[in-house]
Design a protein. Structure first.
Length: 429
């Protein structure tokens, strides 16, 4: 079949890499893609927020399946657009409808969904400018630190963890006064959960589901999780402490009620659910839902999927996921992200990348890269490129991934040296 994948990051390169391995895939297009995706399919320059343009491409190129990488087109309703347009309604779409995408697009909607379906999450209430006094009174009932979340999409910057009550109240007011624009017109205030964070990924057709491998990502720019937040500096899969017993709890308490909830509420959901979790004393609580795969978690999760990914995605889109099965590589995967100097603040693009010696054993996924007319590989974003190694043990995977990462160079390259070290310490306890 012919497949169009939307997106341009490392997530999309990892997904494209697996799609291209499938004998079921005839042509793979990636829009807009990057220099890495160009090696496994054909990049096309399409604006993914222009649904009619995406639709025209799909018709002109006889695309059978649309796979949506990032959340923005989903929240804007690309799946609904395809369903509602007669000549596109037969195209298979992997990605939820607009209503389903609200699980990521609105924190208040997601929390209310969890309440309705008795899914464990932090205690919360949602407030607006009109209910500021109630919001302050609610903060008074909580213990430090205080968690304030802009309701809407805020490019990963809309959550504030405040150390004391006075700062929390001051920042709450700023948020309700438009600090994050319309996204913070409503603010979710919730109880702070203390524990270890991890993510679990689910593939669902709205009725059935498959539990994909767990992963942990590293958000801060600095070692030991210090400094500014980034899109993600690396990832590990599986998460060693997410053993059978813990995953059973995740499945029974969270995944099953989530999928049942989607079904009971008749929400058309064919796609990925990224469940952000906090493990508190061995019990899982939902921090948030995302309605797509994570980046860079995909770069360590997808290489572990042994099943035919196109077959899985087709079953997802058709609603026949009960006929699919998942085989996972039992080895550990470690992904190390390399970023442009200065990121996540101002950084330069257009630096020439030297890829170093290829090693068949370690995957290299491109994030922000492009090829110039002279065939030079250039940096084209903050997060530039990452390496993923699989090995029998986590320490070996980390070592292999770093060895490969060190052979990739450009002016200003930065990486964290401690990806996975926290998990190794935990395992040693
Ligand atoms: N209730 C909570 N308790 C403790 N930490 C939290 C809580 N909610 C969010 N966080 C922290 O804030 C981060 C961002 O919150 P999240 O809900 O994932 O928002 P987003 O990814 O949209 O910015 C989480 O990854 C987690 O580290
Ligand atoms: Mg998050």
């Amino acid at each position: 079949m012919n497949i169009l994948l939307l997106g341009s990051g490392g997530r999309e390169h990892a997904i494209a890499f697996k799609i291209a391995q499938s004998p079921l895939c005839k042509s793979l297009y990636i829009a807009p893609g990057n220099a890495g995706t160009a090696a496994v399919g054909e990049n096309v320059s399409l604006d993914m927020s222009d649904f009619p343009a995406v639709g025209r491409f799909v018709l002109d190129h006889h695309v059978d399946m649309l796979v949506v990488g990032p959340e923005a087109p989903l929240v804007a309703g690309i799946a609904d657009y395809f369903k509602a347009t007669p000549e596109l309604s037969q195209v298979l779409v992997v990605g939820p409808c607009k209503e389903g995408a609200r699980l990521e697009g609105s924190k208040d909607y997601a929390k209310a969904f969890m309440m309705r379906h008795k899914i464990p999450t932090a205690r919360y209430q949602t407030f607006t400018r009109e209910t500021l006094a109630d919001a302050e009174a609610f903060l008074d009932t909580l213990l430090a630190p205080y968690v304030l979340k802009a309701d809407g999409l805020a490019a990963g910057k809309g959550v504030l963890i405040e150390p004391d009550l006075a700062t929390a109240k001051a920042h709450l007011r700023e948020m309700l006064d438009g600090k994050f624009g319309a996204a913070s017109a409503s603010v979710v205030i919730e109880e702070y959960l203390s524990g270890i964070e991890l993510s679990v990924f689910v593939l669902t057709d709205g009725q059935h589901y498959l539990l994909l491998p767990s992963a942990k990502d590293y958000k801060r720019i600095g070692e030991d999780d210090t400094g500014l937040n980034t899109g993600g500096m690396g990832s590990i899969s599986p998460v060693p402490f997410a053993d059978k017993e813990f995953m059973k709890k995740v499945e029974e308490r969270i995944v099953k009620p989530t999928v049942r909830g989607l079904r009971d509420e008749k929400i058309d959901y064919h796609g990925f659910i990224f469940v952000g979790l906090m493990c508190c004393n061995g019990d899982p609580y939902v921090i948030e839902y995302n309605v797509r795969m994570g980046d860079p978690e995909t770069e360590s999760v997808f290489p572990r999927i042994k099943s035919d990914v196109v077959e899985l995605l087709e079953h997802t889109a058709r609603g026949t996921l009960d006929r699919a099965s998942l085989t996972v590589d039992q080895r550990s995967a470690a992904c190390v992200m390399m970023v442009a100097g200065g990121y996540p603040e101002a950084y330069e693009k257009g630096k020439v990348i030297t890829l170093g010696e290829e090693n068949a054993d370690v995957l290299v996924f491109h994030c922000g890269t492009k090829m110039n007319d002279e065939g030079q590989l250039l940096t084209n974003g903050g997060r530039v490129i990452c390496t993923t190694a699989l090995a029998a043990t986590l320490p070996e995977a980390i070592l292999k991934s770093y060895n490969r990462a060190h052979s990739i160079t450009w002016d200003g390259k930065y990486l964290r040296h401690d990806i996975g070290q926290d998990l190794l310490k935990l395992m040693a306890l």
